[in-house]
Design a protein around this ligand. Structure first.
Ligand code: F6R
Ligand code: MG
Ligand code: MG
Length: 364
């Protein structure tokens, strides 16, 4: 029986400001999941947090886009919002952009990544959770995991990986998609995914077997709402070992604190810091942006104990690098390239200031 892994996430209120998730919300998420397991909706479920976002990690046998599972997630976020309001949390319900559930959670605010798998005898999976950054932030790490032999030695050394991977890329502006084959089409792939603000890797498939290897959330809050309402704070599910990169190859891209867009007011570039779940509480300048990696060994669809994979001194240098890069970028204050280019700012006073001063601009 194929199983489905669904990660559905939303910011339903921050504690304090946009920095973290209140323990009551997390406890509520876990209770709701336990009830859904009891009721037979899910095989298993765990709630986790990265910054101010609640991630519902679920396994079930209802397939992708299951109305029942999406409705459960929506209702959990809605009831969680009531708790957030009672606690006076900041931005309660901020990612819930629709008034009522209407069949599928996509396009309603929360982000989702889902994959259907035939569970292997041993199925190691990593769920990455991001905060204070955008859909598309996983482009570079996914490229390195599945297409860069300097990162993933298995592409060169292991028969099972040697045929490469296919990348499904979404154009988030045009709402179109394309599949590109690595390694033959690497240069074509890179011209798109090197612009993560517009193009995002949705899915990666092993070419040797056709098995899904990774799926990410590409939901863009600002396109859904038509204005800035908070950052997308994406997630990605990655299968590991055997026909896929090893756990260490999947984690290796995060040994560098790559620049991503997000950070304060969703309007700056900043380094993406890999941390434990406990340390994923952006503080300085509402950042730096965080990424957490939770490892699971599935067993008949049960998630089992999660392993907090960046809770590891071998990522200390990446964290130090992120702090150093933050020090340097912050010195630029309101100047690019720390601040995003004008047309990518999530917050801006430009139209108002430009119109106020319009008459004072004179020809030169
Ligand atoms: C970034 C983020 C925060 C807020 C900032 C201002 O994704 O969530 O940096 O943009 O704290 O928040 P408001 O406008 O809600 O006061
Ligand atoms: Mg928030
Ligand atoms: Mg967030």
């Amino acid at each position: 029986m194929p199983q489905t892994l669904s990660v559905i996430k939303a910011d339903i209120g921050g504690w304090v400001g946009h920095s973290a998730m209140h323990p009551e919300i997390l406890a509520y998420g876990n209770e709701a999941l336990a009830q859904a397991v009891q009721a037979g909706l899910l095989i298993d479920g765990q709630a986790h947090a990265c910054g101010d976002d609640l991630f519902l990690i679920m396994s079930h046998d209802r397939g992708q886009d299951s109305e029942a599972v999406h409705k459960f997630a929506w209702e959990t976020f809605s009831s969680g919002t009531e708790i957030a309001k009672r606690l006076g949390l900041y931005g309660a319900g901020q990612d819930l952009l629709a008034d009522a559930f209407s069949g599928n959670i996509r396009g309603m605010g929360p982000g989702s990544a889902e994959m259907e798998i035939a569970e292997r005898p041993s199925e190691p999976v990593i769920v990455f959770m991001g905060d204070k950054t955008s859909a598309g932030a996983f482009n570079l790490p996914l490229y390195k995991m599945f297409a860069d032999p300097f990162n993933t030695s298995g592409l060169v050394l292991a028969e099972a990986l040697h045929q490469g991977f296919a990348f499904e890329v979404h154009d988030l502006r045009e709402n179109t998609k394309i599949v590109l084959q690595a390694p033959e089409e690497l240069y074509d792939l890179l011209i798109f995914i090197g612009s993560p603000g517009r193009f995002a890797i949705k899915r990666v498939v092993a070419r040797a077997t056709g098995e899904v290897a990774a799926v990410s959330s590409t939901d863009k809050l600002s396109s859904i709402a038509g204005r800035y309402v908070g950052k997308d704070d994406p997630t990605v599910i990655v299968r590991c070992q055997g026909n896929f990169p090893a756990v260490g190859e999947v984690l290796e891209p995060f040994a560098t604190a790559w620049l991503v867009e997000g950070f304060m007011r969703g309007s700056h570039y900043g380094p993406w810091m890999p941390t434990s779940e406990a340390q994923a509480r952006p503080g300085r300048f509402d950042g730096p942006p965080r990424v957490v990696a939770l490892g699971f060994q599935l067993a008949d669809g049960k998630l089992g104990l999660s392993r907090d994979l960046f809770d590891d001194p071998s990522f200390d240098n990446a964290r130090a690098e992120a702090n150093q890069v933050t020090d340097y970028l912050r010195k630029h204050g309101p100047f690019e390239p720390h601040r995003l280019p004008l047309d990518e700012l999530e917050y801006t006073t430009m139209p108002a200031v430009a119109s106020k001063l319009q008459a004072r601009w004179i020809g030169i």
